[in-house]
Ligand binder design. Structure first.
Ligand code: ADP
Length: 448
């Protein structure tokens, strides 16, 4: 039997029993009177509780359920349990909605919900920075007020949303957005905007790189194939033949250098951390580099050495040798005959190791300096080519230094010369006391 019936049946039975007892003790009349009074009281109480229940049902949702005893107590507690369960469900729902909203707000993509007429119903915060849509004041406004790019208007009108469309951002000059519309529900649409500036930049870099490599290889290949045809078609004397073969060998060498530099660069780019570090004395490395400088210069320049503080360096020796070698080779190639090239090494006050190459060469005007480490960036293309440059030397230097948390500092004056300095972090450098007796090689001048 239900708790309400159990709670409700007791009182009428008691009234009935009481009236019967009074009827027996006194007479039938008083029994009837007490039954009528008892039933009247029961009806009155029920009407009052029904009134409280109806008033509660009409009141705001958060009004507490009334309390009572007996049958109405059982009814009200059932209602109370139901209300509590509903409140809990609503709380859970609100938490879920909040989490969902927070997740949508945290998305790096802009989201806009549009109605069937392309008016804004809802937008997340990112839509403000991408498209300038501010939910607080733009709800109900047509999307066309914010997206005027003709390619987007065509996309929206064509109603073919299988793919997205790429547009320039009207809010952020230079930024590129990918916009995709996704239909859902009955005639509703979700617009997703994504900033693809970086992706575009990488794609452009890749396209430029392939175009550059092809261009760099095309010139020597054209020369070689031209000479080959000449050698095949024409009768040449031994002297001319030797000259053409020499020219072909030069072009083959320049292709070889380019391919070598490309391989070095791709190895450096594909491995995140530097190959195994080892600790080595810097001085022998500096002497090797200066010997290379002298060999490259072939006595056309004066080469000065200024190696102040011997030190033990923890780095990848081969990679540092390649970076230092590139700087030295540039100094030789961009310094006219008779100029001076100074190779320096010292440990500064903060414990950083500084290797520098200073030349009295052609110098570089300031606007080029920030771009020198870009692949294939050259100030003077023909001079670079004529001296056997690949346009990749400083890009290699940049990657080697990045892998060693080192920095490249360039100072230059057009027509007067340049200094390229490599700064190795202090934790990679341990200064050593000068060897005894001080070697002559530490500071010397080699004149042509
Ligand atoms: P390249 O093979 O052309 O020398 P790099 O990447 O080594 O390529 O250098 C990029 C450009 O920087 C060079 O083409 C040149 O214009 C400029 N450059 C580099 N080093 C020097 C220097 N010591 N003096 C003048 N210009 C330099």
């Amino acid at each position: 039997m239900s708790p309400v019936v159990i709670a409700g049946i007791g009182v009428p039975i008691a009234v009935l029993a009481g009236a019967a007892l009074i009827g027996l003790i006194f007479d039938f009349f008083w029994g009837f009177v007490s039954l009528a009074l008892g039933l009247g009281a029961i009806i009155g109480i029920h009407l009052w509780q029904a009134h409280r229940a109806a008033r509660w049902a009409d009141s705001p949702l958060e009004t507490p359920v009334p309390e009572a005893r007996g049958v109405w107590g059982a009814v009200f507690s059932a209602l109370y349990r139901r209300t509590r369960a509903r409140n809990e469900r609503q709380r859970d729902l609100a938490t879920t909605v909040d989490r969902f909203r927070n997740a949508v707000e945290a998305l790096p993509d802009g989201m806009v919900i549009l109605d069937a007429t392309n008016r804004i119903e809802w937008a997340n915060r990112r839509a403000l920075s991408h498209l300038g849509i501010d939910l607080a004041k733009d709800t109900g406004r047509p999307l066309a007020n914010f997206m005027r790019a003709p390619e987007f208007i065509r996309y929206l009108e064509a109603e073919n949303f299988a793919e997205g469309v790429v547009v320039e951002s009207q809010r952020e000059p230079g930024a590129t957005l990918s916009i995709q519309v996704v239909p859902f529900g009955i005639d509703e649409r979700l617009l997703i905007s994504r900033n693809i500036t970086q992706v575009e930049a990488v794609a452009r870099m890749r396209r430029d790189f392939i175009a550059n490599v092809s261009h760099e290889l095309k010139t020597p290949l054209t020369v070689v194939s031209g000479f080959l045809e000449t050698l095949q078609d024409m009768k040449l004397d031994a002297r001319q033949r030797a000259r053409y073969l020499n020219l072909m060998a030069e072009q083959a060498n320049s292709m070889q250098r380019l391919v070598d530099d490309l391989l070095t660069l791709s190895t450096l780019e594909s491995e995140q951390a530097a190959r195994a570090d080892n600790s080595f004395a810097i001085l022998p490395l500096l002497l090797e580099v200066s010997a290379d400088a002298k060999a490259l210069s072939g006595n056309r320049h004066r080469i000065d050495l200024d190696f102040a503080t011997p030190a033990i360096v923890t780095a990848n020796r081969d990679e540092l040798a390649s970076a230092f070698g590139n700087l030295v080779s540039n100094a030789v190639r961009y310094t006219p005959d008779g100029g001076t090239i100074t190779l320096g090494w010292h440990v500064d006050d903060e414990g950083r190791g500084a290797f520098s190459v200073t030349d009295t060469g052609i110098g570089i005007s300031p606007e080029h300096i920030p771009r020198l480490t870009e692949r294939f960036y050259r100030v003077d293309r023909s001079r670079s080519r004529a001296t056997g440059g690949t346009g990749l030397g400083l890009a290699i230097v940049k990657h080697v230094l990045l892998r060693h948390q080192a920095a490249l500092d360039v100072t230059s004056e057009l027509g007067s010369g340049s200094t390229f300095a490599v700064l190795l972090p202090a934790r990679r450098v341990t200064p050593e006391p000068l060897p005894d007796p001080a070697p002559g090689a530490l500071s010397s001048t080699t004149s042509s």
